[in-house]
Structure formats: C-alpha cells, structure tokens
Design a protein around this ligand. Sequence first.
Ligand SMILES: [Fe+2]
Length: 218
Amino acid sequence: MADTLAKTLPADRLRPLREAVRALTRLADGQSSEAVFLTEGREILAQLISQDDWLEDDFRRTHPEYYQQYLLYCDPHERFSLQSFVWGPGQSTPIHDHTVWGLVGVLQGAESCMRYRQTAEGLVPEGSTVILERGSVDAVSPTVGDIHKVSNAFSDRTSISIHIYGANIGNTRRHVFDVNTGAQKDFVSGYSFNRLPNLWDQSAGIRAQVHQGASASA
Ligand SMILES: [Fe+2]
C-alpha cells in the first residue's frame, strides 16, 4: 500500500534541497566547527548535486555579460547559506576571497579554478588550473586557502555550481584582487534575484494523500 501510494504521489521536486537545508541546520545547531562543515557539509553537497532536476529554471538563468548568483536558502541566524552560481559560456569571476568557509559543487558542466596566495610580493599562483567536473566538490576558507578565480570551463555552454558558505555570503564583506599588483579592493556580492525557491510547499503530495484516502473509503 505504501509503495503504491509513493508511486502515485506528485513529485516533491525540492525535497533534495530541503533535506540538505535540514542536514546543514543540524550541523549548525550542533555548533559544528569549520572542519566538520567542510567534511560533513561536503557529503551533504555531494548528495545534493548527484541529481539536478530539483533546481528550478529561475535559478539556472544566465546573463549575457555576468555570471549569476542566486540565493536558494539562508539560515535564519545566517550561520550558512546556499546559492546556485550560473556561468554563461566563457564567463568568470575576478580573483576574490570569501572570508568564511565555503563549498562548491558542480551541478552542470564544469568549472576551472585557479588558486592564489597573498605574499609580500603580491599574489602568487598556487599550483595550476584545476578543472572541477560535474559532481565534484571543492572547498575554500581562510584556513584551507581562500583566494581564487573561477571560470566556466566551457566557451559554448552554461555551467552551474551549488555553493554553501558559512555566512550569508551575499552580505559578506570580502575582497577582489588585482593580479598584477596584488592590491585588494572591498566588495559585497549581493544576489542576482530577489526571490527564493519555496521549500516548504509540500501540499501537492498531502492533497494527493487526502484524495486517495477519500476514494479508498468511498
Ligand atoms: Fe569563490
């Protein structure tokens, strides 16, 4: 009976995102350290990006000139937030930092990432460009390395990544860097859209249960 019911209920499209929010809230409520968020949060994000049909079209839209940063959820106490980053063909960030821990998981396409370190002589590249393929998760923070430049690895298609940060990242004061001089400038990213997915409307499934219960007893 339960199996039959599950098969006939409308799809709960946003369930993966809601489950990720709940799991991250449990970590935050447990006053988890950055290290715990970077290990257990990585698992949560890997699970979330293992399928991509939950992300609605409003949060996958490109802009002709700029990459887009859509807020998907922000913890009421701003202990963490989730975003979709949408990269049009060839788009990239400036060199920037985050000032808090962050996780980047590739949902669609691929991204290239170049890391930098700040020294007395200016910015120094760390290693070579890394390609983040679909399904992979990268981490940033002032502890594990916080300065990088991210680009769409493709010049002919959109790439999308899902990010989790240890703050309301759109309101967080951070920095962009001049690659030649290492000079840093303050910036606040904000968000590209003023609406969020409605995680909490599960009424379609509940309504279907009500109807099924009514027809079973008729
Ligand atoms: Fe970044």
